[in-house]
Design a protein around this ligand. Structure first.
Ligand SMILES: [Zn+2]
Length: 269
């Protein structure tokens, strides 16, 4: 069953969103969720559309929901275009993220409020973002600016989002040094907005710190890089053992096994 973010929070206090973009990533994540008996979020980034069309991602998720008898959220990650959000909602996505974090606050609020209006009519939940992290693939390493309590209160009150992604020392991609997550800032924002907070860039943050973040107001963490890398490692290992003149499906099975194992680690937090 595909449910929205609020319905998932009713079933489970804390959630993990894992990125998928093909059959292997999708099935590996669902395998792990089934074994760990957890509600998860299947997250498809707007940036993946060049790899897998949005309608294909939606059909894959819907068909897999019939094969796996477990509830999950089908989420559109980091959508910067309202058009992509409209398409995703029409295709059956139950949750969307509007990422206006690069825009001035007033413009971000205006666009997010518009997204919330059209999503609510379709029982779709909306995640917003405040505080620019860096690109989703981690390629531009900007200095992370922490989200402020003041901006958060204004943004949440004026947009009525269901969840808020914040920048508190986290970043997308690989961390160059151990990330310094501002737990106190998470607490302050959580107390002020009383809304589920989202931590992007959770790959590479020690699991103990993620557990601490959950205790202080984070209720959704996003994992992408870790799965992407462990999948590649599986393929690399397979090729080292069997040579490059191998069967692709076997190499992908190795990637899938690694992704499933990594997903399970995050679900044990
Ligand atoms: Zn993100």
């Amino acid at each position: 069953m595909i449910i929205n973010l609020n319905e998932a929070f009713l079933k489970q206090q804390n959630l993990v969103a894992f990125n998928f973009f093909n059959v292997e990533t999708l099935a590996a994540i669902l395998d792990a969720a089934k074994v760990e008996n957890k509600v998860i979020i299947l997250s498809f980034g707007e940036s993946y559309i060049s790899h897998t069309p949005l309608q294909v991602a939606a059909v894959m998720a819907k068909e897999y929901s019939k094969l796996y008898d477990i509830p999950f959220v089908l989420h559109l990650d980091h959508a910067t275009k309202v058009d992509t959000i409209k398409q995703a909602i029409d295709l059956g996505f139950t949750s969307v993220m509007y990422d206006g974090s690069r825009l001035p606050l007033v413009e971000n609020i205006k666009n997010t409020a518009e997204v919330v209006k059209l999503a609510k009519e379709r029982n779709v939940t909306v995640e917003g973002e405040l505080g620019y992290l860096n690109k989703e693939d981690g390629s531009d390493q900007v200095e992370v600016v922490c989200t402020t309590v003041e901006d958060s209160v204004q943004y949440v009150n004026q947009t009525k989002v269901d969840a808020l992604a914040i920048a508190v020392g986290n970043a997308h991609g690989l961390y160059k040094r151990e990330p310094q997550i501002q737990i106190s800032r998470i607490s302050e924002i959580s107390a002020a907005v009383n809304l589920p907070l989202v931590l992007h860039g959770s790959s590479g943050i020690p699991l103990s710190i993620l557990a601490d973040a959950y205790k202080h107001g984070i209720r959704k963490i996003n994992v992408n890089t870790e799965l992407a890398i462990t999948g590649c490692r599986g393929i690399h290992k397979y090729i080292l053992e069997h040579g490059a003149d191998s069967r692709l499906e076997n190499a992908l099975s190795e990637a899938k096994a690694n992704i499933q194992a990594s997903t399970r680690q995050f679900l044990k937090i």
